[in-house]
Design a protein around this ligand. Structure first.
Ligand SMILES: Cc1cc2nc3c(=O)[nH]c(=O)nc-3n(C[C@H](O)[C@H](O)[C@H](O)COP(=O)(O)O)c2cc1C
Length: 529
C-alpha cells in the first residue's frame, strides 16, 4: 500500500469519535475568536450583482424532469441567482445579542469552509476572468482578468476549502467535515442550476494543482499563513446545448497570462491550536490528473411527489432542525419512499455523478406509517448486496420491503436509544421519523487511490443535500449528523474490518422551532449599505 493511502487511513482511524473519547479537538473554544466566515479580497475590482431574492415559477417537483424546465438566459442577474441559490444567504438568526447568517448550503457547525469562485470565459455580462463570490454582500471580486481571447467554455464554478475555519472548532476531524460540506455544495449548485434550466458537469479529470493555478490559490503571498485555501473541484455550468469540450490547458494559460489583483483579508483568528494532521491528510489525499468516465445523460424520475412549492422557495427555506417532535404523527409511507427514491443514483440529482454509487443507507426507522421500527438498508448499488450480506450481522433478515426500491428490512425493534447514543447522544437521531448512517464501500475504494477518500465524503454530502431538500418538500426537516461514534455503529451493524465504514449520518422528522430565536431576511442589510 502506498504511503499516501496509509496516511489517509491513519487519519481516518485517529479521527473516529469513540464512546470513551472524542477525536482530538481544541480543549477550549473562544467564540470571540471565531475565524471570519466571509472571505474578502482587498484590492480587487468589485462587481455588485443584481439584487438577490428573485423568484422563479419552476416548481420543486419539476426538478424531477430537468429537461422540461425553461432555460434562463445567461445574464448577470441569472449568474447571481445561481450563486445565491447555491451559496448565498438564506436568512439571519438572532438570539439576544448574537446574530448569525444561514446559507442555502448547510455546513457543519455553520462554519462554512467552502469558498466559491466563478470563472467567466467572456460573456456580454461578465468580462473574462476569475471572480470570488462574497455571499454576505452578493458581490464578485475580480481576482484575475483574462486577456480578451480566453477559450470559450461556458461558466465554470471553482470550489475550495479553508480547512482552518472548520478545524478551529472541530480539530482533527475537521477535514472530514470540509469534505461533507463540499458534497453539499455540489448538490446545492446542481439544484440551483437545474432551477435555472441549466445543468452542471463535474470537471473531474483535473488535478488539484491545476485547480489551484486557475483559482489563484497557489499565490501564497496573497493569503495569510495557515489561512490558505485547498483546491477541491471545478464544475462547468452548461446553458443550453453546450457541447464544447472543456479546455483546461487554455484556461490555465489564460489565468497565468492574466492580471491578478487582491489579497485575502485575515480571517482575524488567533491560531491557538494547530492541527498538522489536517495538512498531512490534505497533501496525501490531493488529486492528480486522472481519466474519468463520461456521464450518462439519462436519469429516472423518483417516485411521485406531492409538493406544490417553487424550487426557489424550497431552496431558501432549507434549514437544519435543532430539535424534533418525538411525538410526531407517523410519516406517511409515500413520503418516506419518495425521499429514498430521490437519493438513488439513477435520480436526477446524481446526473453529474458519473461513478458507480459507493454509499448505501442503513436506516433506523422510528416513526413511519405501516413500517415496523427497525434497521433497514437501502442499497444504492445492487452489486454490493452479497458483500453487504456477508459483511454484516448473520442475524440480519435481508427481507425486501417494496418492489419499487432496493430497500431491505434487516432487524425488527425499537432502535431509538441506539440511534441517539451512537450519534454523540444527540436526541435529533431518535426523536425523528428516521435517521440513518451512510455506509461506504471503503477498503476497496481506498485501495485504488488516496484522494478517493475525499470523493467518498463528497458522495455522502451530495446525498445529504438531496435529503435536506426532499425533507423540506415533504413538509419535514432534516439535519446532517457529523458527530457519531464510528466504531460503535460498525459494531452494531456487524462490520468486522474496514470493508465498510459509516461516513456521515442524517435524520429527518417534524422540527420543533425555538420561538426565542428571531428570523430576519437574508439580504436586508444590503438596502442599508
Ligand atoms: C457535514 C455536516 C455535519 C453536521 N453535523 C451536525 C451534528 O452532528 N449535529 C447537529 O445538530 N447539526 C449538525 N449539522 C447541521 C449544521 O449545524 C447546520 O447545517 C449549520 O448550523 C447551518 O444551519 P442550517 O443548516 O440551518 O443552514 C451538520 C451539518 C453538516 C453539513
Amino acid at each position: 500500500m502506498n504511503t499516501a493511502i496509509t496516511t489517509v487511513l491513519t487519519y481516518h482511524n485517529r479521527t473516529k469519535h469513540r464512546l470513551e473519547r472524542y477525536a482530538k479537538g481544541p480543549e477550549s473554544i473562544d467564540w470571540e475568536d471565531q475565524p471570519d466566515q466571509f472571505r474578502r479580497f482587498s484590492g480587487c475590482e468589485l462587481l455588485t450583482l443584481p439584487k438577490p431574492g428573485a423568484e422563479l415559477a419552476v416548481l420543486f417537483s419539476a426538478l424531477d424532469q430537468p429537461e422540461t424546465i425553461a432555460e434562463q438566459p445567461l445574464t448577470l442577474a441569472n449568474m447571481g441567482l445561481l450563486l445565491e441559490l447555491a451559496f448565498g444567504l438564506s436568512a439571519w438568526k438572532q438570539f439576544g445579542p448574537s446574530r448569525w447568517a444561514l446559507r442555502c448550503n448547510p455546513s457543519s457547525g455553520n462554519l462554512h469552509p467552502t469558498e466559491a469562485y466563478l470563472i467567466s470565459t467572456g460573456h456580454e455580462a461578465l468580462k473574462a476572468g476569475v471572480y470570488h463570490y462574497v455571499s454576505h454582500d452578493h458581490t464578485l471580486e475580480q481576482r484575475c482578468q483574462f486577456s480578451d481571447n480566453a477559450p470559450e467554455s461556458s461558466l465554470v464554478i471553482g470550489l475550495s476549502s479553508v480547512h482552518w475555519r472548520e478545524a478551529w472548532k472541530y480539530g482533527e476531524r475537521a477535514f472530514r467535515y470540509c469534505q461533507h460540506d463540499l458534497g453539499h455544495a455540489i448538490g446545492a449548485l446542481r439544484y440551483a442550476a437545474v432551477t435555472l434550466g441549466w445543468s452542471i458537469e463535474l470537471i473531474a479529470e483535473t488535478s488539484d494543482d491545476d485547480i489551484a493555478q486557475l483559482l489563484g490559490l497557489n499565490r501564497t503571498a496573497d493569503f495569510k499563513a495557515l489561512e490558505g485555501e485547498s483546491p477541491d473541484l471545478l464544475c462547468r455550468i452548461k446553458v443550453g446545448l453546450d457541447n464544447t469540450d472543456f479546455d483546461m490547458k487554455s484556461l490555465i494559460e489564460a489565468s497565468q497570462a492574466g492580471v491578478w489583483s487582491g489579497k485575502a483579508d485575515s480571517l482575524r483568528a488567533y491560531h491557538l491550536y494547530k492541527w498538522p494532521v489536517i495538512d498531512d491528510v490534505s497533501l496525501a489525499a490531493s488529486k492528480p490528473s486522472t481519466k474519468e468516465p463520461l456521464c450518462q445523460a439519462l436519469s429516472v424520475p423518483p417516485l411521485a411527489i406531492a409538493c406544490t412549492q417553487t424550487a426557489t422557495s424550497i431552496i431558501r427555506q432549507r434549514r437544519s432542525a435543532q430539535q424534533f417532535d418525538g411525538k410526531m404523527a407517523l410519516m406517511p409511507q409515500a413520503d418516506f419512499y419518495r425521499i429514498l427514491s430521490a437519493v438513488m443514483p439513477t435520480a436526477p440529482a446524481f446526473q453529474a455523478w458519473c461513478w458507480p454509487a459507493k454509499v448505501h443507507l442503513f436506516i433506523f426507522v422510528h416513526r413511519v406509517e405501516g413500517l415496523e421500527s427497525g434497521v433497514y438498508a437501502l442499497l444504492r448499488n445492487n452489486e454490493a448486496i452479497d458483500k453487504l450480506k456477508a459483511g454484516t450481522l448473520d442475524e440480519f433478515l435481508w427481507q425486501r420491503v417494496v418492489e419499487d426500491l432496493p430497500l431491505y428490512l434487516l432487524y425488527r425493534g425499537d432502535c431509538r436509544q441506539f440511534a441517539k447514543t451512537v450519534s454523540c447522544h444527540q436526541p435529533i437521531a431518535s426523536d425523528s421519523a428516521f435517521s440513518l448512517g451512510m455506509v461506504a464501500e471503503f477498503s476497496e475504494t481506498m485501495a485504488e487511490a488516496a484522494w478517493l477518500y475525499r470523493r467518498l465524503f463528497w458522495e455522502t454530502g451530495l446525498i445529504g443535500q438531496v435529503l435536506y431538500l426532499e425533507a423540506e418538500a415533504a413538509g419535514y426537516r432534516g439535519t446532517g449528523i457529523g458527530c457519531y461514534f464510528d466504531d460503535s455503529v460498525h459494531e452494531l451493524l456487524g462490520f468486522k474490518d474496514e470493508q465498510f465504514q459509516s461516513l456521515y449520518h442524517f435524520t429527518i422528522g417534524k422540527p420543533l422551532e425555538d420561538k426565542r430565536i428571531e428570523t430576519l431576511p437574508a439580504y436586508e442589510h444590503l438596502d442599508i449599505l
